[in-house]
Write a protein that binds this ligand. Structure first.
Ligand code: CU
Length: 141
């Protein structure tokens, strides 16, 4: 009987540990936008784990981080997101989008990529993608 309750106790501990670690598996990624580039041309994140991507903008122009097509779930755009910002595309056609105001603006978007692969990210403000505001998000299995 004593042995039984010990095993039960261990089982409870094990389940608690698994539940806890699953909740904490968040990948924090930050990207700095300036006029007119990102500080990282390549970001690597694991598949099937929540990503918290923070876009910081130290430029004098508005910038954003957008991915047109990527398999994602649990996308949470920032609450203060300005959908009316100077973008050249319809925000609804983008799978991931976060914009940051100029001169120190900062916004975070959450998403969980579900397929490994390489995905282009870019800034949708007119002319910025062409000027080099592009990069590759690498989702590793
Ligand atoms: Cu831009």
């Amino acid at each position: 009987m004593r042995r039984m309750s010990l095993m039960l106790g261990l089982l409870v501990l094990l389940v608690a540990a698994c539940g806890g670690s699953q909740e904490e598996s968040v990948t924090n990624v930050s990207l700095l936008a300036t006029d007119i580039t990102y500080d990282e041309a390549r970001l690597e994140v694991p598949a099937n784990q929540a990503v918290h991507l923070t876009l910081e903008n130290s430029g004098a122009l508005e910038h954003d981080f957008s991915i047109r097509e990527i398999d994602v779930r649990d996308v949470h755009p920032p609450e203060d997101e300005a959908d009316d910002h100077a973008m050249s595309e319809d925000v609804h056609e983008l799978d991931v989008h976060v914009a940051a105001h100029p001169n120190g603006g900062r916004s975070t978007v959450e998403f969980t990529p579900t397929e490994s692969g390489e995905y282009e990210y870019y800034c949708t403000v007119p002319g910025h993608r062409e000027a080099g505001m592009v990069g590759t998000l690498v989702v590793v299995p």
